[in-house]
Design a binder for this molecule. Sequence first.
Ligand code: HDD
Length: 631
Amino acid sequence: MKKNIDHTDPAKTMNPKRGNGGETHQDADKKSQTLTTQQGVVISDNQNSLTSGSRGPTLLEDFVLREKINHFDHERIPERIVHARGSAAHGYFELNESLADYTTAKILCETNKQTPLFTRFSTVAGSKGSKDTPRDVRGFAVKIYTEQGNWDIVGNNMPIFFIQDAMKFPDLIHAVKPEPDRGFPQAASAHDTFWDFVSLSPETMHNLIWLMSDRALPRSLRMMEGFGIHSYRLINKEGISTFVRFHWKPVLGVQSTTWDEAVKISGADPDYHRRDLFEAINNEDYPEWEFGVQLFTEEDAEQFPFDHLDATKLIPEELVPVKIVGKMVLNRYPDNFFAETEQVAFCPSHVVPGIDFSNDPLLQGRLFSYLDTQLSRLGSPNFAQIPINAPKCPFANMQRDGHMQMHVPKGRVAYEPQSLDPEMPRESAKQGFVSYQEQLDDNVKGRVRADSFADHYSQPRMFYRSQTPYEQAHIASAYAFELGKVDTPHVRMRTLTHIRNIDEDLAKRVASALGMTLPEATAPAAAIQDMATSAALQTIGLSPNSLKGRLVGILVAKGSKRSEIEKYQTAAKAQGASVKIVAPGREVQLDDGTRIQSAERIAGAPSVFLMPSSASLCLIKPNNWLKIVQH
Ligand code: HDD
């Protein structure tokens, strides 16, 4: 029922449960309200400024105009420094196998219970208004509102990262962002500063080859894997720690576009992924991921041919299988883009009791950065009070005041320890977050990169050699395209010296496409290993041969048979596809004299976004011939 607020009676606009500092007009359903100023004064005319005479000057006393413009002038907040372009949805997490042997975190112990969450997907390099389909890593950030507090898994759609130490993050981002003197290119890594930086930082080689692969061109946000990347710890009730890496596996499989499709889509529909997410949820075709963990002990880790504290290394699934223990379903699109998608604040430091950090130096730096950035983005240490960020479990502490304080704490006690108010919150050794008691005594202070982090080529080689020949060809073309945009010859050359360490054939293909001679390989800092290939690293191998989640266009012209259209609509939907009618105009007359509304005009809907590359397109012509194009 809509609430009809009576502005003549202030008592009726207050929330009796919370009194003066509680619910405001903003919380109430606004559809039946009269329009008011921020102070609650009803506005009589929202179209005309207050002027002296109908053609005279505007008067300074017009507080309605000034308040409206003032608020408008301050509507924007700084966009995220990275991951500015994003789309999000609400949903839930459900565990189907308990990890109680490994952790006390209730979210990973209590099965068959739905816990609300909010997930935001993003590109990294582009600004807020940039296109959805550049060649880029995708952010995959999940905030789970557990009953023990918020748990954020702030990951990407690739299982590794570009750099090993947070110290290098500002440089990486400065290098990939538009070049500071000219202000371009937007949302693109194909330029000199990026390749200059990466070719001088061999640790980037692994993430770089993922970036050159089709994983950087997801077909849909619903078709991406997600990874927590770093090793975290699970701590059980005996205080025993097990390392863990978190995985999200899309039920629709991993699917990508080709570069050619991605380029065409960016022109035809820069909001391609956001629209797809919105439409899928609207059609109740809810995106779903399996939640998996790779669990391993300190002793297991000592046997790995790499250091798991190095975020540029993945743990092959053949070495440590991904144990599927739960799922995530996204079933509600945000009501308001700004309030939710824009204001959500993820922090890798948001963990709950039973989950702890590892010493990965990249993760350690992130634990500072995310909290810090919220101050400039959201403007206040009270950002956790914004509804999308607030925990859904009880919370209470002695933090007070600050910009935009929304709570009205009662009483005289705002400190600890205290003996004046028995009602005030107290710490709890039993329920509280306890850090893993890791022995650290032998450490020596210093700025040192671990020797065990020195191998930069074995895993990119494993990745490349795990791909099908088509995917390898795409990778070679991507390097050639990107380096083809680099004007500085020595940067192109230096990159080739690294690619040669990854795979000789790949280096030859890239050099030949660039018309360059192959330089000597860079001397690697550690011996390069030929690791076993892993099918889990492919894209094509993880793409189902199915229409599920795909969009099929049915091309309809004047006189098309309604019965045929319905037949193919039903058939496509039965296969799990969604359907859009495409016609010369937005409506067209069918054979039975009825008219049909099309979803798209042919001229405005190129086949790249209506006809997924491995799916079918039905063309229904007036003469009833039907062609199904199979790719
Ligand atoms: Fe980050 C945002 C993922 C390293 C500093 N990062 C951000 C987002 C994602 C990631 C998904 C967007 C969250 C959202 O949707 O709001 N970042 C990663 C991953 C990393 C990583 C997977 C490596 C494994 N990031 C990283 C480092 C630093 C940052 C090393 C700094 C030392 N990241 C930030 C940030 C952002 C951010 C500047 C921008 C907006 C925000 O945090 O809230 O603080």
